[in-house]
Design a binder for this molecule. Structure first.
Ligand SMILES: N[C@@H](CCC(=O)N[C@@H](CS)C(=O)NCC(=O)O)C(=O)O
Length: 293
């Protein structure tokens, strides 16, 4: 841990005792830690995930596709408990060599296609079903601009601000200032964009909204990092309007529940294998779990 007088050694060494919320699972290598085959359900799409913002992007899109009547978007959502290191099992690493949720297997193709990185999953599904990705070139490019903006920006919010504000073993002024500044800049980018547009990519609800909302919508609604007051999120008026609008969508409300193991029991569905699971949740799905955003 730094006391302000830290000088990096010539060669970095792994200090397993560095502390912080995820110290037990963070490693400088990427090979699997254990043999573990992934479960396989009966639907064309097999999702392995957790309801963190990156996971929720995908379950929102799947629920939106199903709401439009795309039966081919039926999916099994298997729970991957990242705090237990389940993302380092051999089956999961085979699906995603980066060892992070979400990961998807499309079994409707022969051989099955693996897709990892939430942005790639959104693009793949939007392309496969021809929804939520504009077809007209300028609109499509604008949608992709914001999709990739999210993929590049959110690590500074999550890995930067969220890490130092919530997960680091102590408060450090320099990184909190640095990442709070960047997070507020990003919120301002979105607020200005949404002042002139109903949705992120324009007048159409797209995968760009689905990518951005679980991070910045959650932050605006004060559901992420308990940082609403610190970052004064209520002041981003247009972002607030958009965040609340998306929050009302039934598919978004279902998507948020899938693979969620914390928070209000009524908002949790640990695994989703059938549309009726949202109504008939088992006792297992009502037990509070351990993971968090
Ligand atoms: N760029 C990746 C990021 C995925 C990611 O960071 N997933 C986190 C949860 S939100 C994870 O699996 N963390 C476990 C770990 O780092 O070991 C994506 O968008 O899919």
């Amino acid at each position: 841990m730094s006391d302000g007088n830290y000088k990096p050694p010539a060669v970095w060494a792994w200090d397993a005792e560095s502390g912080g919320r995820f110290a037990a699972i963070n490693r400088p290598v990427s090979e699997p830690t254990h043999e573990c085959a992934l479960p396989r359900g009966r639907h064309p799409l097999q999702l392995y995930s957790l309801a963190t913002p990156n996971g929720v992007k995908v379950t929102i899109l799947l629920e939106e596709l199903l709401a439009l009547g795309h039966d081919g978007a039926e999916y099994d959502a298997h729970l991957i408990r990242i705090t237990e290191g389940e993302q380092f099992g051999s089956g999961f690493v085979e699906l995603n060599p980066n060892g992070k949720i979400p990961a998807l297997l499309d079994c409707s193709a022969e051989p099955a296609i693996r897709i990892f990185e939430s942005g790639a999953i959104l693009l793949y599904l939007a392309g496969k079903f021809g929804e939520f990705l504009p077809t007209q070139t300028a609109d499509r490019v604008e949608c992709l601009n914001w999709l990739f903006w999210q993929m590049g920006s959110a690590p500074l919010l999550g890995g930067g601000f969220g890490h130092f504000y919530v997960y680091a073993p102590a408060y450090f002024e320099y990184p909190i200032n640095r990442y709070a500044m960047e997070t507020k800049r990003q919120l301002d980018v979105l607020d200005r964009r949404l002042a002139a547009n109903t949705f992120i990519a324009g007048e159409e609800y797209t995968i760009a909204d689905m990518a951005i909302w679980p991070w910045y919508g959650a932050l605006a609604l004060d559901r992420l990092y308990d940082a609403g007051e610190f970052l004064q999120v209520r002041g981003y008026r247009h972002l607030q309007r958009w965040a609340e609008q998306i929050d009302q969508r039934p598919a978004v409300q279902r998507g948020r529940m899938v693979n969620r193991t914390w928070g209000e029991p009524a908002e949790q569905l640990h695994e989703r294998h059938d549309a009726s699971d949202f109504v008939h949740r088992t006792q297992d799905n009502l037990d509070p779990g351990t993971a968090s955003d």
